[in-house]
Design a protein around this ligand. Structure first.
Ligand code: ADP
Ligand code: MG
Length: 286
């Protein structure tokens, strides 16, 4: 299944004109003291309202560190994160800020096993001044939005992996966040469920204008974004807008069986073998 195109127009990304909602300046995170690891190394980044950005790169390149800093789950060693014009360092109540502005989706969805799907979706709403009946109604609306209207009373272990991940998405949306941060949201899913979750995220972006930053290993997920940022050794290696159809096609080729065979250096039919080294080089760059 081809990835769902997100928020595109003939003139390129409509987000080109939108205000910057998320910015990092010289963002740096060093872990450990005896043997310091520079997980993030002076990252400058601007993300506009309504953009869908994929963050890719090898394991250990700093992707999760970036997401944790953007989401105020961790503090930088140096540099700053600015959300909607406000530097996080100046936010007094980070819990409240996080609860009202940011939705998180993790690879392991972290649903509470003893709560039903509906109750799990209600958890973040305790940050809001809602009555129990209002929480319940909103949770059911969100479950309907992710296609789980009839699963509200199920416990997590009574749901499939894909369904649990959709509950986690509903929970991430509970407080109407303006920014959704997702760390490998489809990491534990098969390709059918991956496509479903991506279609859902694309729809949320189109219909509700939610800005999304999605860390992923999955080239199909990346191809559905408007922009792909590649990390290497805690730095941005490449930052490519996907408004270019050819870039997108190249990413799709990369995830196809042919692209994978080229990348593995397998024996190819003679006509292709001649091109293989150049194609290999190209695919490594997307
Ligand atoms: N809590 C931590 N303590 C020490 N080192 C860490 C910690 N978290 C991440 N690192 C290190 O920082 C680097 C970047 O990690 P991470 O951001 O998790 O990468 P990615 O998400 O791209 O796989 C890695 O070298 C990792 O080992
Ligand atoms: Mg990670």
């Amino acid at each position: 299944m081809s990835p769902t195109a997100v928020n595109r127009s003939a003139a390129g990304s409509p987000a080109d004109e939108a205000p910057v909602i998320l910015e990092t300046r010289g963002l740096t995170r060093v872990y450990g003291e005896k043997v310091p690891v520079k997980a993030l190394d002076g990252v400058d980044l601007q993300i506009r309202k309504g953009e869908v950005v994929a963050i890719v790169g090898p394991s250990g390149s700093g992707k999760s560190t970036l997401l944790n800093l953007i989401g105020a789950l961790d503090r930088p060693t140096a540099g700053e994160v600015i959300v909607d014009g406000t530097p996080l360092a100046r936010v007094r109540n980070l819990d409240r800020f996080r609860g009202r502005t940011i939705g998180f989706i993790f690879q392991s969805h972290n649903l509470l096993p003893t709560l039903t799907a509906r109750e799990n979706v209600e958890v973040p709403m305790y940050e809001l001044p809602l009555r129990p009946a209002q929480r319940r109604t909103r949770a059911l609306e969100l479950l309907a939005l992710v296609g789980l209207a009839d699963r509200g009373d199920h416990l997590p272990n009574q749901l499939s992996g894909g369904e649990r991940q959709r509950v986690a998405i509903a929970r991430a949306l509970a407080n109407s966040p303006s920014i959704l941060l997702a760390d490998e949201p489809t990491g534990n899913l098969d390709s059918k469920n991956t496509a479903d979750v991506m279609a859902l995220l694309s729809r949320l972006n189109r219909e509700q204008g939610v800005t999304m930053v999605i860390v992923t290993h999955n080239t199909e997920v990346a191809a559905a974004a408007q922009r792909v940022i590649t990390f290497r050794d805690g730095k941005i290696l490449r930052d490519v807008p996907m408004s270019n159809e050819l870039e997108r096609e190249l990413l799709e080729l990369k995830s196809s069986p042919l692209g994978q065979a080229i990348l593995r250096g397998e024996n190819l039919p003679p006509a292709l073998a001649e091109l293989a080294p150049r194609l290999h080089e190209l695919l490594e760059q997307v």
